[in-house]
Design a protein around this ligand. Structure first.
Ligand code: PLP
Length: 467
């Protein structure tokens, strides 16, 4: 005890007996409060802070308990202009899927149980029929995500063999998903054909030997090779594969199940297109354009799906009951394409008319200017949203937004500081910094009123920083 005449801390007991601590204990429990109080005392003792009373310690403990209690993963407002933002959790689930998840998580289900026969059932059976119905595939199989689907396919058909892929399609999709790495981990030897910009059918045919496990086409989701290019269309590769009795796999990445042109978007190759084009297996994600939960779906030939199902890796990569429930409910919405754009949040966001976001911007500009207008020019702007997650990389959708640009000769940090202040709001607001301004694209702003109500909290974050 290192006491001096200027420095004395109350005892833990004394603090815990205070009415403030009693109130905290009622909320958080005795044990966490004791731990928080001890933590606060340690800090104050280290700082040798004078004139500390019980009330101050209790309020510091309350702050600590409050921040500790806040979920680490929490809602944010996505104003980045990228609708399917991988870092922000991709597709939002339709209400039907949310209800299905809640129901499945609160009760036992017939996940792997056949109610008719009373015998063991199969978890993929809950969505297999729907995928067949919607895509025309003979059969389907579900795993954790599309990376897992690709891994399973390669491991099943090309382990110890060669997987033939065009050099122009050896993609990296953000973070750690690199096609060549997945191939290696799957035990497949990568056989690159063609060059970065041009690949011809004869490049594929010359690569085929008795070591070939499969031919694969990978959707170059997140970039476009332009200029002097040549790519072999899937039907030609499919034809070649059939001649040699080798499986042809089309990795679509984003799973589109309907013609997007009917909603005013550009047509993207659908799963049906790929299957009709001769792919033996098609792999795609559940939480990209499809608008459902994270999932990896393999659709195609029954005999090949059966081999995938027998691979022990399937067990390690399988889907859980919650996401299967969400996927089933999401897929059912596709039976009614006329109302899909109202019921599927992903499609609803894609088809929001720009005028709506522009009107929102006009309404919100004065509210934001009121809080930060001394230091920033705040203006409504036209902007362009992206689909994201690598789908249709060059396709943008006209949108409306807000630009916040530092006035006069502000430091380069001013915009970053402003972005941090928005992120420090009770529901963090995530925009993007572009060309010296903070930009909010309003396409994904669901609750305008809640957003506006939160803005006055920006002021309190002006001086004391934003962390
Ligand atoms: C996104 C993507 C993947 C990975 O899918 P996840 O569901 O994110 O695992 C694989 N291949 C392509 C072409 C993709 O676009």
């Amino acid at each position: 005890m290192n006491r001096t005449e200027h420095f004395r801390l109350p005892s833990v007991d004394e603090i815990l007996r205070s009415p403030e601590s009693e109130a905290l204990a009622a909320q958080y429990g005795r044990f966490p409060v004791t731990r928080a109080v001890r933590g606060v005392l340690d800090v104050l003792r280290e700082r040798r802070q004078p004139n500390v009373d019980v009330a101050l310690i209790a309020s510091l403990a309350a702050e600590h308990l409050d921040s500790e209690d806040r979920p680490s993963q929490r809602p944010v407002i996505n104003l980045t202009g990228t609708v399917l933002h991988t870092n922000l959790g991709r597709a939002l689930l339709p209400k039907e899927a949310v209800d299905a998840v809640v129901s499945a998580m609160q009760s036992p289900t017939n996940l792997e149980y056949d109610i008719g026969s009373g015998k063991r059932g199969e978890r993929d059976s809950h969505v297999r029929g729907l995928i067949r119905e919607l895509t025309g595939a003979e059969d389907a199989l579900i795993v954790n995500n599309n990376a897992a689907a690709v891994l399973l396919v390669l491991n099943t058909f090309a382990k110890g063999k060669e997987a033939v892929v065009s050099r122009g399609e050896l993609i990296e999709i953000g973070g750690a998903f690199r096609m060549p790495d997945i191939m290696m981990r799957a035990g497949a030897k990568l056989r690159e054909v063609g060059t970065t910009n041009r690949t011809h059918l004869k490049d594929y045919s010359e690569a085929i030997s008795d070591r070939t496990g499969l031919l694969m086409k990978v959707h170059t989701s997140n970039y476009l090779v332009q200029g002097f290019t040549a790519e072999v269309e899937a039907p030609e590769i499919a034809h070649l594969a059939r001649e040699h009795d080798i499986p042809f796999v089309d990795d679509l990445g984003s799973g589109t199940l309907i013609d997007l042109a009917r909603y005013g978007l550009r047509h993207e190759k659908t799963v049906q297109d790929a299957l009709q084009g001769g792919a033996d297996l098609v792999t795609f994600s559940g939480d990209k354009m499809l608008g459902g939960p994270q999932a990896g779906i393999v659709a195609g030939r029954k005999d090949l799906i059966a081999r995938l199902a027998k691979n022990p890796l399937k067990r390690a990569l399988r889907m859980d009951k919650l996401r299967l429930a969400a996927l089933e409910a999401t897929l059912k919405l596709y039976r009614d394409p006329d109302r899909l754009h109202e019921r599927l949040p992903t499609l609803r966001l894609f088809t929001r008319p720009a005028a709506e976001m522009r009107a929102q911007a006009e309404r919100l500009v004065p509210c934001i200017a009121e809080q930060i207008g001394m230091d920033f020019d705040v203006a409504a702007i036209d902007c362009a949203s992206q689909i994201g997650s690598g789908a249709l990389p060059l396709e943008t959708m006209a949108s409306g937004g807000i630009a916040m640009r530092p006035r006069g000769k502000a430091s380069g940090r001013a915009v970053e500081d402003l972005a941090a202040r928005f992120r420090a709001l009770p529901v963090p607001v995530i925009g993007r910094v572009s060309d010296g301004a903070l930009i909010f694209d309003l396409r994904c702003l669901a609750d305008e009123a809640a957003f506006a109500t939160m803005l006055p909290a920006l002021a309190s974050r002006t001086r004391n920083g934003a962390s």
